[in-house]
Design a protein around this ligand. Sequence first.
Ligand code: MSP
Length: 518
Amino acid sequence: MTRAFYVTTPIYYVNADPHIGHTYTTVLADTLARYHRACGEKTFFLTGCDMHGEKVLEAARTRGASPGEVADHYARRFRATWDELGLAYSRFIRTTDPDHVRGVQAILSRLHREGQIYFQEYEGDYCVGCERFLTERDLRDGLCRDHERPPEKRREANYFFRISAHFEWLVGWIREHPDFIRPESYRNEVLGMLREESGLGDLCISRPKTRLDWGIELPFDRDYVCYVWFDALINYLTGIGYPDAPDFAEYWAACEHLVAKDILKPHAVFWPIMLRALGLEPMRRLCVHGYWNVDDRKVSKSLGNMISPLAMRDRYGFEPFRYYLLREMSFGHDASFTEAGMVARINADLANNLGNLVSRTLQLTARFAGGQVPEAGAPGGPEGELRAVAEAAPAEIDACLRRTDPRRALEALFRVVDAANGYLEKREPWRAARDPARAAELCTTLATACEVLRIVAVWLGPFLPVASGEIQARLQLLPGEGGLIADAVRFGAVPLAGRTVAAGPPLFPRIEPPEGDA
Ligand code: MSP
């Protein structure tokens, strides 16, 4: 049976344009989805927008528009941005989509009917930024840690979902499934949270319409709308056609959520318990990354220090920016964005290292073999060494991608690029070409370099799809030639001899460093 893979991003709030943080998660999901598709797995990549909640209402008030108009405007901007950047999601969900609204209401009715939702009065510290009541842990010096603003005291009669009864089960689940929350530091953080939260109460899942009327109406009480997080998390189910789509169960069993640490608690605590209440297993994995910081502060709409992916695309090209995001952040840790750092990384890895391999290999073939990939002769020591590096890479890249570590995967791939450049230095085809006695060696060198370039190009597919396609086109390869990725990256998988290659302009032109550090 074909394996399945289901990857999700958070559904983003619609109160401002996408920035580097949203772009990172979405690019990572796109990379994983492309990889699993290339492995022949049945893959679904879900992203979208969280249309409801108080943030949208606040934004609508500031702009003098209706929440629907504001939400619609920004949801279009998100979708258009991902489309322009070529991020190949399977569905872009909005929580106003009729199938989602129906799904949420059906779930609410069921949980209410089963007595898992009850009505009660409650008082607490509420943060509009988080859209939830805070606990002691969420506060620092009386301010919300994430939003750096004071919470409001709120007292309300509301509906509550019984989550406290499941904390013990959840601790057990996390202990028995060491890979459920990744990296381990976040797993430990969640276990810590659960130790502290166990004395605490249930989850408030409603908002009175008198205060907030922008949301999904509770099917059993028309005076209330559903709490935005309860509605939003359910997108991961409705997005793949819960409950009766034919492949729902198959995708659900293979579900991996990508989120940043800001939304660890709803995903690691509320969500598995909601799923349990519905009789579903938790998602297969929760992969948690750190923040992109600028000047040591998290990039966020509320702090106003956003880096726009479209502006980066216009200035540097999207794939160099995409490469930088995937290569620079160590998964689970924060990363610091600087334009100078990005330019240095792009110049070193793409313009020099990879760009050099592409142009040298193709230009040498053009110059010394009339542009036709020659037949390789018997391999010598340097060929054997290069081949060994190329053959070690697949297992490592695969393992890194399957544990959501694109940085290490790229490091492993670039070891092949380094080895290929080193190989050319050793074989010196520019010298061999001047010595008729080395004609056979020259053919072997050019053929081997072209073959490794082909393998590198196939591997680049999930990370840099446009560059990958371009290198393959220059090698006169058809898209998908060589079959599934595990086959296509084998040495000699696609015969290149006799193909006419095209050198072309530099793939990644060198970028002038910005003046000062942006
Ligand atoms: N709407 C909720 C998510 C509901 S999911 C059921 C939400 N939206 S958000 O627009 O605030 O997006 C948060 C997510 O955007 C983070 O978890 C992360 O994926 C991404 N990022 C936003 N800012 C970020 C950084 N500065 N750094 C890295 N990623 C961050 O929360």
